[in-house]
Write a protein that binds this ligand. Structure first.
Ligand code: GDP
Ligand code: MG
Length: 569
């Protein structure tokens, strides 16, 4: 169907911010008609403990989702969970009190999360005189330059229309960020609804969720199916990025899903105990520091491994789901800083070089020896230029050249009697080796067309041949297996078991004896063979085993009989 002239604004989520008791929850209720303090304890104590959600209709018909966060310092982690994934902020400042501790901390968190658009509501203006409002207004402008400040009262309703209009103006200039990534929703609440099973809610960061979609809860790895999808308590076919979404997941127990899990499309995101990030410090963060990492609605203790000035590797106590470019928050007692993910599933390392290249977008330069190409899709967009590929592997042209040189050097150091080296045992060998000008024979690699030579050992070889000739049908121990193998390849001896060998002529004699007897008698025993050949028992045994191995004979009880092919030849 053509979509002509219809412009649907992208759904956006606005999150409150501000010090406790500054009037956030009241303002949200005045704007939306919904009391977001729904927990009994919240209603009794008159403070917000958990996240609250409400839809907000704007004069232009646009609909925002509002997340009301708690302002108490003990609940900053909940504030972070609410603030990640929002598109714009509503910073609430009590006109009588001005900015306080969590006003500053919340602002810092918003900056670290990259949430730059929003509106300041100077509230409770009904309760203070004009001079105080004027002062607070000036302070607010200094605090967040370039952001509209609107004077309001939740009690009298003053300024609410102006506030809605201001939110509408900001919303009109904001797009939901990175909506084109694969489906991802960080769960902020889960509850059971009789008849529906477990329902999870969250802001849909990217992708879409529709009825029947097969999804994964990560990091727990539970496979789930979306039975129904709601946006603000109304059923929808598909939820879009930026919307507040409730998804029912049949067959899942409520306790199996907690805040912090991510609902994702299978294969869309890695889960990892490590994150490489570009750091944004509010306070100096030492190497080895223990911090809380807040990403999406999840948080985990982690140790900081500094990789120079700009980057750190976070080693987390529990795995997380992240993507390149995600913002996260690092807290100790207070907010210490934040960061942007450069690699959401990096190897364990302590060096800056790789992450610095990744941060510059130079993924190709980080690649050397073969690694699985699909591990790169979380650090790169699309096809990588200047990277060699073979089967599922990616590697650099420079590595391939160096590896070829290394193999050549090892081959030229090999014994000329068998001028090859064992095929490398690495998982990529089967895919990558065909790219190199070597020849594979059995379990070894050779230069193309390589032939074995005695290379000055001819005298040694002749002496051995003489020795075997004079031993006749008696087997001789040959310690140099390479030499024996070479001479056998040239028909100059026959190797037997246990490192013994016999001259080629004597072997033919013994074989004739065997064939003649078997054809006449139908078979031969070890004792009879020994007597006919005129050798010792051990040597007769070694010869018979060789005939077995060559497919001439097979054992039948204590006798040998000819195999079909040898019977007539
Ligand atoms: N006079 C006046 N008092 C307000 C207004 N908004 C909130 N309050 C008062 O401030 C208290 C805290 O408000 P609340 O919205 O719970 O603050 P929050 O902690 O930021 O969510 C309320 O219990 C009210 O007594 C307002 O617009 N005018
Ligand atoms: Mg509140």
């Amino acid at each position: 169907m053509p979509r002509v002239g219809r412009c649907v604004p992208t759904p956006l989520t606005v999150g409150t911010a501000g010090h406790i008791d500054h009037g956030k929850t009241w303002l949200v209720r005045a704007l939306t008609g919904k009391d977001t303090d729904r927990l009994p304890e919240e209603q009794r104590r008159g403070i917000s403990i958990d996240l609250g959600y409400a839809p907000l209709e704007l004069p232009d018909g646009r609909r925002l989702s509002v997340i009301d966060v708690p302002g108490h310092e003990r609940f900053v982690r909940t504030m972070v969970a609410g603030a990640t994934g929002i598109d714009l902020f509503l910073l609430v400042i009590d006109a009588g009190e001005g900015a306080r501790a969590q006003t500053h901390e919340h602002l810092a968190i918003l900056r670290l999360l990259g949430i730059r658009h929003g509106v300041v509501a100077l509230t409770k203006v009904d309760a203070v005189d004009a001079d105080a409002v004027e002062l607070a207004d000036e302070e607010a402008h200094e605090l967040v330059p370039g952001v509209e400040v609107v004077r309001v009262s939740a009690r009298t309703g003053e300024g609410l229309d102006e506030l809605r209009a201001a939110l509408g103006r900001v919303a009109g200039s904001v797009e939901h960020a990175r909506a084109d990534l694969p489906t991802r929703l960080y769960v902020d609440r889960s509850f059971s609804v009789p008849g529906f099973g477990t329902v999870v809610t969250g802001t849909l960061w990217s992708g879409s969720i529709g009825m029947g979609d097969q999804l994964l809860l990560e990091p727990s790895g539970l496979a789930v199916r979306a039975r129904s999808v709601q946006v603000h308590e109304r059923d929808v076919d598909r939820a879009e990025p930026g919307q507040r979404v409730a998804v029912s997941l049949p067959g899942i127990e409520r306790r199996q899903v907690t805040r912090g899990e991510a609902l994702v499309v299978p294969g869309g995101y890695p889960t990892s105990y490590r994150l490489d990030i570009a750091l944004d410090e509010l306070e100096p963060i030492e190497d080895g520091a223990r911090v809380q990492v807040h990403l999406g609605t999840m948080h985990s203790p982690a140790r900081v491994v500094r990789l120079g000035e700009q980057f750190v590797q976070l080693r987390l106590a529990s795995p997380v789901v992240g993507a390149r470019g995600d913002r996260l928050i690092l807290r100790g007692e207070t907010t210490l800083g934040g960061g942007t993910i450069v690699d959401p599933a990096p190897p364990r390392h302590r060096t800056e070089a790789r992450v610095a290249l990744l941060a510059r977008g130079d993924v190709a330069a980080t690649i050397d020896a073969p690694l699985r190409a699909d591990s790169l899709r979380f650090v790169a967009d699309g096809e990588l230029e200047g990277v060699e590929r073979a089967g599922p592997w990616a590697f650099s042209a420079a590595w391939l050249t160096a590896y070829e040189a290394e193999l050549r050097a090892r081959i030229s150091a090999a014994d000329p009697i068998d001028p090859g080296v064992p095929v490398p045992a690495e998982a990529w060998a089967d895919d990558v080796l065909p790219r190199l000008p070597f020849e594979r024979r059995g379990s070894k690699l050779y230069v193309m067309g390589a032939v074995a030579t005695l290379d000055g050992r001819e005298e040694e070889a002749s002496a051995l041949e003489q020795e075997l000739a004079s031993a006749g049908v008696r087997a001789t121990k040959v310690p140099d297996d390479e030499l024996a193998r070479f001479l056998e390849g040239h028909g100059r001896l026959v190797r037997l078991g246990d490192g013994y060998a016999i001259g080629a002529a004597a072997f033919d004699v013994a074989k004739d004896v065997l064939l003649t007897e078997c054809r006449a008698e139908g078979g031969i025993s070890l004792a009879r063979f020994r007597d006919l050949v005129g050798t010792g028992r051990r040597d007769a045994q070694l010869l018979l085993e060789r005939f077995d191995a060559d497919g001439v004979t097979r054992r039948l009880g204590d006798r040998r009989v000819l195999r079909r092919a040898a019977r007539t030849a």
